[in-house]
Design a binder for this molecule. Sequence first.
Ligand SMILES: C[S@@+](CC[C@H](N)C(=O)[O-])C[C@H]1O[C@@H](n2cnc3c(N)ncnc32)[C@H](O)[C@@H]1O
Length: 253
Amino acid sequence: MEFEQVRKLIHGVPFISEDQGKMLYEFIRAGGMKECLELGIGHGVGSCYIGAALQETGGKLTTIDRVSAKEREPNVEALLNRTGLESVVTPVYEPNSYTWALLRMIEEHSVEGVCTPYLDFCFVDGAHLFEPDACAFFLVDKLLKPGGWVLFDDLYWTIGSSEFAQEEWAVKLSPAERDQPHILKVYEVLVKQHPAYGDFRITGQWGWARKKGSSEGNVLDAIGAHETLAGYLKRYLRPWKRRLKKLAGFYGS
Ligand SMILES: C[S@@+](CC[C@H](N)C(=O)[O-])C[C@H]1O[C@@H](n2cnc3c(N)ncnc32)[C@H](O)[C@@H]1O
């Protein structure tokens, strides 16, 4: 399915933007990806963009969320029905977390205690919390082929600035846990320090990394996905903005 077709069919549904959808679509097509995974379905917008590209490459997507995602209006099933991508995208629901589904996938792809990696790409756009997503990274690593890519959304999202900020569990957290971006920590500390990963790149809110071991070219270069100057400045200035805000709060109190 062409990008314009899928874009029109899902126009206006949250969460990812049309520009992000275009980047995902072009990335999957240009990379000729076949086996993809998404952690965090939401309404299924990313699933549709990835699915449309996979229809062209002959690939498939597994996308995982909590059972509660079925209650979304529209839900991924409705969007897949609208786009006709049901045969390309398989939604999987877990009562608690995609980490358990990942464990099951590792077991299913293991023979005599050795897991055979098969994934070309994993889009991590779920909890945005350190514990599930740090765990998810190491689980996904076992499933990701050499040369495969992992992409983290919402690098800068924080609990303190989210709709969860006043919830009981969020109020009990340390200031660092509330105000530091968990996904950025996963990306900077776990992914970038992992000796098996390289080709790190940040585009907007997204952090990309590629598992080493393939001689193929960098598909991000092929599609012209680079960090813009505005994005770089925003990223560079963000920690300073946070410090200034804190300081203003300190002197204001
Ligand atoms: C921002 S939405 C996903 C957006 C989606 N990728 C898109 O393209 O629009 C995040 C989703 O992650 C799910 N989620 C959060 N924590 C999760 C967990 N531990 N296991 C499974 N799903 C989770 C939420 O239920 C929510 O639907």
